[in-house]
Write a protein of this length. Structure first.
Length: 177
């Protein structure tokens, strides 16, 4: 008898959940969403980076808690976006598209400025992935902290990245944090 045979499905489910992010609607039909599945051997490195970030200041203390959530995960999806201009001249980013295209990129937690529509695309992709995880009864939570640590480690080449840790168990490790 196998104990917890459902855990064997996590890689397959992770790919299905990423497919939902990939096929989510994108502004102007232009796909600048980047997806990745963190390898099991990357999880301790990401958790370590999160703990380093937690020490920056009190406002980042939640990264320590999120690192524990990461360590309790069965898999981690990272979804990001490159924030280049779509050329719509909407002004939502605070610049013209020409200014955005030539703006000096600032490297703080994320690289910016970014086209607002690209950030909306990221949100829709993350929402689609979270919905699919829910349909498959896989526990998840959208986490800025894991996405940032993965970006800092070069695990995803995106201007902005978020993560969805995935868990299949009797109790969600993301619930009572």
């Amino acid at each position: 008898m196998k104990i917890y045979p459902e855990k064997e499905e996590i890689e397959h489910l992770a790919r299905q959940i990423l497919a939902s992010a990939r096929t989510a609607p994108k502004a102007c039909g232009i796909d600048d969403v980047i997806t990745a599945i963190a390898e099991k051997q990357d999880l301790p490195k990401i958790a370590e980076e999160m703990r380093k970030i937690a020490k920056r200041s009190k406002k980042y203390a939640f990264f320590e808690r999120d690192a524990r959530n990461l360590e309790a995960s069965d898999a981690v999806l990272i979804i990001g976006v490159k924030g280049k201009s779509l050329g719509l001249e909407c002004g939502a980013c605070g610049l013209s598209c020409a200014e955005l295209a030539t703006a000096k990129k600032k490297e703080t937690d994320y690289t910016g400025p970014n086209c607002a529509f690209k950030l909306l695309d990221l949100g829709i992709a993350i929402g689609s992935a979270a919905k699919t995880a829910s349909i498959f009864s896989v526990d998840t939570r959208v986490m800025y902290s894991i996405g940032l640590a993965a970006k800092r480690l070069g695990l995803i080449n995106a201007d902005v990245a978020l993560a969805l840790p995935l868990s299949i168990g009797g109790k969600s490790p993301f619930f009572d944090r």
